[in-house]
Design a protein around this ligand. Structure first.
Ligand code: PLP
Length: 396
């Protein structure tokens, strides 16, 4: 009998998409338990223990509020605590995600002014400076930016953004989405002068989707408008005197155990080492793409390495090769790659998530699997990718 479609996909799957990310066994095991006592004891101590660690991963001495919800919930929570209907927000669009945050602000009654940098470039500080300088009557209440836009894999210069705001002397709040970068790319909330930052637990924080966070400083708290409603108010959550105030209701018990285990992994490795690991694995991947792109349609979306995320990589490969390669890697090899989010046509793009619980053999597995897929599907590509990727690992 001739079998024409053998699959090598049985075995542990690898979901290499930019969230949800790989969940460590330690997190899974921490969550596998009976419901704990929610009135007193271990769960209360565990929740309190999360707060200093959440501040440490964001590099802030200010406040953090926990919400039961995904990243979109944190977006809305952050906006609702600072906005008054009719306020202007400046959206620095570098892909789908900051546009989405701006649409949410608009639906809450804000006037949205957008600087659109397209799908392949980071924020242009010169344009931002001009927009802020032109706002002589100080209408812009907040500037919305993403640290890493997960659709384009661009990484923005947040410290540079603060520099521009200060040079102009503009009073706007700097609000940053670190949902795809926290615990992956270096981010220093206080040192970089960020007033509000949002993140969720299912990307660099390696926990199943379901809780998210808003960090805010006193300037942001003092800027409070009239949009905030009882549930989204960050004040009781950040200054909880009764246990239930952390969540305004029942605690997300198992997520808290999972997050505790994930933060333990980050703290044991050390944040600097976590950042270095992500950077080295990203460079491993880029080295492979530098070879593949030498002859054929495969191209990294962001040309400048300094403007690339260390947690997600967006790739152009021509329609319908993106969909073909994703399908092949999944069904032949058990590797799931991310879709071309926010791009047209979507099947001309794909993304690789390399955030959180990822190590060298996993990245080499991704590179080797994609090499096999490019070959099997006869998508033209340059040679030497595996050697180049292995070289980065070897030199580290
Ligand atoms: C994933 C992501 C979001 C959305 O988070 P959800 O948990 O899916 O709501 C927002 N912004 C960025 C940069 C992201 O990567």
């Amino acid at each position: 009998m001739k079998v024409t479609c053998m699959s090598l996909s049985n075995g542990r799957k690898y979901l290499a998409i930019p969230g949800p990310s790989v969940i460590p066994d330690a997190v899974l095991q921490a969550m596998h338990r009976a419901s704990p006592n929610i009135y007193e004891g271990e769960l209360h101590d565990l929740t309190k223990s999360l707060i200093p660690d959440l501040k440490e991963v964001a590099m802030t001495a200010h406040n953090v509020a926990i919400y039961i919800g995904n990243g979109h919930a944190a977006w809305e929570a952050a906006l609702s605590n600072v906005l008054t209907r009719g306020d202007t927000v400046l959206v620095l669009a570098t892909g789908r995600f900051c546009i989405g945050w701006g649409e949410m602000a608009q639906s809450m009654g804000a006037v949205v002014q957008t600087i659109d940098h397209g799908m392949q470039s980071p924020v242009d500080l010169v344009q931002v400076e001009a927009a802020l300088a032109a706002d002589t009557d100080g209408r812009i209440k907040a500037i919305l930016a993403v640290h890493v836009d997960t659709s384009t894999s661009v990484k923005n210069d947040i410290a540079g953004l603060r520099g521009v705001i200060d040079r102009v002397g503009h009073p706007a709040l700097l609000m940053v989405d670190c949902i795809a970068s926290l615990g992956c790319d270096r981010f220093e909330m206080d040192a970089w002068g960020v007033d509000v930052m949002v993140a969720a637990c299912q990307k660099g924080l390696m926990t199943p989707a379901g809780i998210s966070f808003v960090w805010f400083n006193d300037k942001a708290d003092a800027a409070r408008g009239n949009c905030v409603t009882r549930y989204w108010d960050w004040r009781p959550r950040a200054t909880a005197e009764e246990y239930y105030q952390y969540f305004d209701g029942t605690a997300p018990t198992h997520h808290l155990y999972g997050l505790r285990a994930a933060l333990d992994l980050i703290m044991a490795e050390g944040l600097d080492h976590v950042f270095w690991r992500h950077e080295t694995l990203a460079r491993t991947l880029w080295a492979a793409f530098d070879c593949w792109s030498q002859g054929g349609p495969v191209q990294l979306n962001i040309a400048d390495p300094a403007a690339r995320s260390h947690a997600v990589t967006s790739v152009a490969i021509g329609s319908p090769n993106g969909a073909r390669l994703r399908h092949w890697c999944e069904h032949q090899c058990g590797l799931t790659l991310g879709i071309g989010l926010g791009r047209a046509p979507a099947d001309a793009f794909f993304r690789i998530g390399h955030m959180g619980h990822v190590n060298a053999h996993m990245i080499m597995g991704v590179v080797g699997t994609m090499q096999a897929g490019l070959t099997a599907l006869q998508i033209p590509h340059g040679a030497g990718a595996l050697d180049a990727a292995a070289g980065v690992i070897a030199a580290s």
